[in-house]
Design a protein around this ligand. Structure first.
Ligand SMILES: Nc1ncnc2c1ncn2[C@@H]1O[C@H](COP(=O)(O)OP(=O)(O)OP(=O)(O)O)[C@@H](O)[C@H]1O
Ligand SMILES: [Mg+2]
Length: 275
């Protein structure tokens, strides 16, 4: 008879209080851009923040953070990586360890093992929040992350149109299956504001993020406008004010829900007093 299947052991992350996965079933909706913008806004809120690029096959944080080839994380006692300190964040990405011309041709088990190492063998230093930039899809890597990492909650990124919502729902369902709460929805590329007239154009339709948030009773954390050069602007310390306001609002709501999740996990405190 087969032994009962054991639930995978959660990795212990001693230097990290909360892990927040930034995800969506769909590719190209802005997960990496939102992950970095949100990490920077949480730092502005006073939190100590880390950023893990979990996209093993197509890491993009190195480029956005402006970490060029040749800058590699140091190792500590030949066991662990020291995270790279960029823009006030503790960062780790496969792109720090490979060159742009190194294709990742690993099979899924190798990729998931690489991710476990990036996550667990990085010496995160006393982080309030570790933001994890998830790869697109709901396959092995995403499931490994959801099952093996002590994820406090997920932030789901979507664009407003129905095709994106369909994949975002798959992403949400994956987290729900493994008991990870959805902390909020971020609608990206909501509108394009014409610089000449100031008029807002909803290029990809309207109301998608609001509908998804209502469907899953999760807060709509932000509606980010289309801002040319948004991703490239972070490293230069330039975030358009329309986007910065939305990131700040999302970070404040996220901080509040993380602390209320923590209160729930702690449970009530019963104090006993003699009359
Ligand atoms: N609000 C925005 N305004 C303008 N450009 C944006 C915005 N959000 C994302 N982009 C751009 O869209 C492209 C895709 O964004 P990004 O890489 O963040 O998506 P992703 O969901 O992480 O993609 P992947 O699924 O490949 O990991 C990038 O070129 C990024 O700069
Ligand atoms: Mg990405």
């Amino acid at each position: 008879m087969n032994a009962p299947r054991q639930a995978p052991q959660k990795l212990a992350l001693p230097g990290v209080r909360d892990v927040v996965a930034v995800a969506s079933g769909k590719g190209g909706v802005g997960k990496s851009t939102v992950a970095l913008g949100l990490a920077l806004a949480l730092k502005q809120e006073g939190a100590k923040v880390g950023l893990l690029d979990a996209d093993i096959y197509g890491p993009s944080q190195g480029l956005m953070l402006g970490v060029g080839e040749g800058h590699r994380p140091k190792t500590i006692d030949s066991q662990r990586f020291e995270p790279m300190h960029v823009l006030g964040l503790q960062c780790m990405s496969m792109s720090f360890l490979t060159s742009e011309r190194t294709p990742m041709v690993w099979r899924a088990p190798m990729a998931t093992s690489a991710l476990r190492q990036l996550l667990g063998q990085t010496a995160w230093d006393d982080l309030d929040v570790l933001i994890v930039d998830m790869p697109p899809g709901t396959g092995d890597i995403q499931l490994t992350m959801a099952q093996n990492a002590p994820v406090s909650g997920a932030v789901i990124v979507t664009t407003p149109q129905e095709v994106a919502l369909i994949d975002a729902r798959k992403g949400i369902e994956m987290f729900r299956k493994v008991g990870i709460p959805v902390l909020g929805i971020i609608e990206n590329m909501s509108v394009f504001v014409c610089p000449d007239s100031g008029k807002a154009y909803p290029l990809f339709g309207e109301g998608g993020g609001t509908r998804l948030a209502a469907e899953y009773e999760a807060p709509l954390l932000a509606q980010l406008p289309l801002v040319p050069g948004l991703g490239e602007g972070f490293a230069a310390g330039q975030t358009a004010s329309s986007a910065a306001t939305q990131f700040a609002q999302a970070a404040a709501t996220l901080c509040a829900s993380l602390s209320s999740e923590a209160d729930l996990a702690r449970g009530p405190t019963i104090s006993i007093q003699d009359d």
